[in-house]
Design a protein around this ligand. Structure first.
Ligand SMILES: NNC(=O)[C@@H](O)[C@H](O)[C@H](O)COP(=O)(O)O
Ligand SMILES: [Zn+2]
Length: 439
């Protein structure tokens, strides 16, 4: 049976935070594939390229115009028996490119049980009954807020940033500081103190938020590097001052600006990654990323957004885990199921695996450097989606070979032996990301 290699036409969402026009990688990548309903407008934001079978923006077979969802429903072998029997006749993951001009919402994604409840209660705002653990891999330098800071850092900010302490509340702040400074101590009590302090912040009135935002921005502008008493080792005062003024410029007076002091500020260089389990609080701030997640579009938001906010649900659902920045990052490993040819080895090409601790997806990034560098992938018992984010080459499955360039997206059916070959110059790179599920 001929295993299919299907060129996909993928949709792009224009959320307000997306980069504008052709500055957006999501727009450029979408425009690389012929489409009768996409013409990039210079002043329009293009936030997310969606690759997959999610019904909100299903990818289509470029040749026939049929959705990948329909093709998988018709022939579950495209997914493999094991994947289709566990996840149904659709991809278990949703694969995206995000191009971020201004901060995404302060958000978390509900776990499976909560997703079912929210979907049953409010399917308009919660379109799926599925969890949404997600992984982000930087294509360009990326900034994000991910997970609660170590408690000592939050205590430092409550002691040194008066507008923050005012919004949290004097009692909640001092109880938190006391709990945070206890050596050892009861972990559950510390998380409870964190939830009380964070809940105090998030229940601030609009008048208080307006007043204290003005005070916070004035301090950030006047104190600069001395802001927040110089900050903490992971986020210096000058960085915080710049972030406060930047977010204020993007959103005006907003409780999300104060959440900065509770969450780790993470920067990723291209190829670095982070993984967020369900119920982990985060807000991406800038950069272009590849993102992969379980098949769901459930977002619980609480700030930095014009969209529907559900603050009480967010405060109640969070794990209140806290950890240093490095524990938020993922370390890729060499992918053992790809064979590089001599050109690829000698040019320093790489095939790296990003493998989060969940079943629905993993991602492989291939960097093939110079003409003729080639990677041959062992067949997978499951579906894959491949996107080229830089350079050009060919993609082949058995006797079927096609050209692939920046922005091209392909679906690769189960049990395919996939071959990627570079067609770039000596010192250039042919970069692809492949999301897949194999159980
Ligand atoms: N962390 N990234 C994600 O979860 C993306 O997949 C979501 O689609 C975005 O968060 C959506 O952000 P807004 O709701 O527009 O603020
Ligand atoms: Zn998210």
């Amino acid at each position: 049976m001929q295993v299919p290699l299907i060129r996909l036409q993928c949709g792009v969402n224009s959320y307000e935070w997306g980069k504008k026009g052709s500055e957006s990688a999501a727009a450029r990548f979408a425009a690389a594939t012929p489409s009768d309903n996409l013409s990039i407008q210079a002043d329009k934001p293009y936030a997310e390229l969606w690759m997959g079978t999610h019904p909100s923006n299903p990818s289509k077979d470029l040749t026939t115009g049929r959705t990948l969802l329909d093709l998988c429903a018709e022939n579950q072998l495209l997914l493999s028996e094991s994947v289709a029997s566990k996840y149904g006749a659709k991809l278990p993951f949703l694969f995206k490119v995000l191009s971020i001009n201004k901060a995404l919402s302060i958000q978390a994604h509900p776990n499976k049980k909560l997703a079912e409840q929210l979907h049953a209660r409010d399917s308009k705002n919660y379109p799926d009954d599925n969890h949404k653990p997600e992984m982000a891999i930087a294509i360009t330098p990326f900034e994000g807020l991910c997970g609660f800071r170590p408690l000592g850092e939050i205590a430092h900010f409550l002691e040194t940033v008066k507008p923050l302490r005012t919004l949290v509340g004097e009692n909640e702040a001092s109880q938190f500081i006391q709990a945070a400074k206890q050596e050892g101590g009861d972990e559950a009590a510390k998380k409870k103190a964190l939830q009380t302090a964070f809940g105090g912040l998030m229940s601030s009135s609009p008048e208080d938020i307006d007043r204290e935002t003005a005070n916070l921005v004035a301090l950030a502008k006047s104190e600069g590097a001395d802001f927040a008493a110089g900050g903490v080792s992971s986020t210096k005062g000058a960085v915080l001052a710049e972030l406060v003024t930047r977010l204020n410029g993007q959103f005006g007076s907003d409780i999300g600006i104060f959440v900065l002091f509770f969450l780790n500020f993470v920067t990723l260089q291209p190829g670095e990654a982070l993984f967020l389990v369900a119920d982990d609080i985060h807000a991406y701030v800038s950069g272009d990323i590849v993102e992969c997640m379980a098949a769901s579009d459930n977002v619980v938001r609480a700030g930095l957004t014009p969209k529907f906010k559900d603050v009480s649900t967010l405060v109640d659902m969070l794990t209140y885990n806290y950890a240093p920045i490095d524990e938020q990052k993922m370390t890729p490993t060499e992918y053992p199921y790809a064979t590089l040819n001599r050109e690829a080895y000698s040019s320093g090409s790489s095939v790296m695996l990003y493998d989060p601790p969940i079943e629905e997806f993993s991602v492989v990034r291939s960097l093939l450097r110079g003409e003729g560098a080639k990677a041959t992938f062992d067949p997978l018992e499951g579906p894959s989606i491949v996107i080229c984010t830089g350079g050009k080459g060919t993609i082949a499955v058995g006797p079927t070979k096609q050209e692939i360039k920046e922005g091209y997206v392909f679906f690769v059916g189960s049990t395919a032996e996939l071959v990627l070959e570079s067609a770039v110059g000596q010192d250039e790179e042919f970069t692809t990301f492949k999301a897949f599920c194999e159980i």
